[in-house]
Design a binder for this molecule. Sequence first.
Ligand code: NDP
Length: 284
Amino acid sequence: MTTIPSITLNNGARIPQLGFGVWQVEDDAAEAAVRTAIEAGYRSIDTAAIYENEAGTGRGIAGAGVPREELYITTKLWNSGKRDWSGAQGQDAVLREFDSSLAKLGLEYVDLYLIHWPRPMHGSFENIWQAFEKLAADGRARSVGVSNFGPAQLDALAERSGVVPVLNQIELHPHFPQHELRAYHAEHGIATEAWSPLGQGKALLTEPALVQIAEKHGRTVAQVVLRWHLQSGVIAIPKSVTPSRIRENLDVAGFELDEADMAAVAATATGERLGPDPQGFDWN
Ligand code: NDP
């Protein structure tokens, strides 16, 4: 079994640097995929209320039979733009959503709870964060963090709260390396977690420069890309429903990208996102 490095977060908790994501995986398929992943050696799983597979993820976790304390489970609040998240009522709604996620997962606590999108146009993420502080204080969310936040939103939280998000989960892959946001995180003690770390398995995985590096090391392009994340100090959560790929993506120890490789990967940056720009994102 591969040894996965871990990162110490700003509250002292540790997170595996490589985890397993389940976006766009149907509930039943999530059960099988999560179980396969844990049996392969993953110890960190990333789901979200909006993925509608927390129940399947929970069954996969239970089925794998690994002691709970060895696992690192993340889920996310769907702070839908259709709802009012302001005031005491908004905070109660957060706590109810959290209870619902825990019940679906069949867990007594999660290791990490994230605000899924900042939706800055609603001005409610600061109030939501106060409810997150309560969840962190009572220990049912061992750590709390955010996703898709930019410096303006992170600054706003820092002004009002002593609880700094342990990490910010953002779109990040060699085509979209997020240098500025990573520098901000480093300065403020916030870890960086990459979503779509493999560029959603699209054009990134056929980049000629990456194919060349993969051939040089006798590895796959996906493994080279994940190695780049690890060596960049980023936490990555690749998704796959294919058992051979689930194992392949975990098998990234035992080789190292040298300086020239790292530079060649960096040179593939296009600056193009695959997902929406979080500053304007407001679906349902
Ligand atoms: P990834 O970058 O992880 O790519 C997943 C795609 O790549 C799938 O189509 C998969 O196919 C394919 N793939 C996986 N491994 C390989 C491989 N070794 N070789 C070739 N193809 C491969 O994309 P995601 O968008 O799923 O991101 C990962 C996770 O990040 C999500 O599952 C979710 O947990 C999180 N996320 C969070 C967001 C947020 O807003 N916070 C937004 C988006 C994602 P197949 O499954 O068929 O094997």
